[in-house]
Design a binder for this molecule. Structure first.
Ligand SMILES: CC(C)(COP(=O)(O)OP(=O)(O)OC[C@H]1O[C@@H](n2cnc3c(N)ncnc32)[C@H](O)[C@@H]1OP(=O)(O)O)[C@@H](O)C(=O)NCCC(=O)NCCS
Length: 188
């Protein structure tokens, strides 16, 4: 991943499948087409319907919080054709306790192609190797089987359950906490 000197520039990364990059204002036109009802179903803070103004607000916030070194919100492009297919975030970057929270969504048309699994792997590697975080974690609705699967495929473990913590669609949902620790030795 480039941009390694502690967030002086936004990091980018490319594999055969995905390219992670900073969100651009151009993306406001594509994002609303990707954020469909299927995508927001398991997301807690995502407005719906999702319009260009929502996308612009998100990109503004992403840029502000990147400057503050508090979060990294990556656009996920397909390497083969450069199409934007989703977003993956490392948020709540806490340099005191050395932790950060991951979150992600992929447009429905591109589900089950390994895109989230690969993107999560890249972001965790960046968090551990470059930012030297000790812990990454994710909070998932207990009914979100696909998300739980991609976290487990990336070595995250179940830490606990918050009962009836999210109220959505007139129902309460349990939230499952997942985490992975950086087991590499710290060099000082
Ligand atoms: C969760 C999400 C990001 C997964 O993205 P993706 O690119 O399709 O993920 P991948 O292709 O890397 O892996 C999906 C895995 O889940 C599995 N899966 C899919 N639907 C499933 C289901 N209903 N039950 C169990 N497993 C399921 C797939 O089989 C695959 O596992 P496998 O590789 O062992 O076969 C995507 O579904 C999404 O954006 N959902 C809406 C937003 C969301 O839930 N975000 C996460 C909030 S915590």
């Amino acid at each position: 991943m480039r941009g390694e000197d502690t967030l002086s520039e936004f990091p980018t990364c490319r594999t055969k499948v995905v390219r992670l990059r900073q969100l651009r204002y151009n993306d406001v036109h594509t994002m609303p087409r990707l954020v469909t009802a299927h995508v927001v179903r398991y997301l807690v803070h995502m407005p719906y319907p999702y319009g260009t103004e929502d996308a612009r607000r998100f990109i503004d916030k992403s840029r502000r919080n990147f400057r503050l070194k508090k979060e990294l919100n990556f656009a996920i492009d397909l390497t083969e054709n450069g199409k934007l297919v989703g977003v993956i975030s490392l948020q709540k970057i806490d340099n005191v306790n050395k932790s950060g929270q991951i979150g992600y969504w992929i447009a429905k048309k591109y589900w089950n192609m390994g895109i989230a699994t690969e993107s999560i792997n890249l972001v965790i590697n960046y968090a551990f190797r470059v930012l030297r975080l000790h812990k990454v974690y994710a909070n998932v609705l207990a009914t979100n089987r696909a998300s739980i699967r991609v976290l487990e495929k990336n070595g995250l473990k179940r830490e606990g359950t918050l009962r009836d913590s999210i109220y959505k669609y007139d129902k309460f949902f349990d939230v499952v906490l997942y985490y992975r620790l950086n087991r590499r030795p710290e060099f000082v």
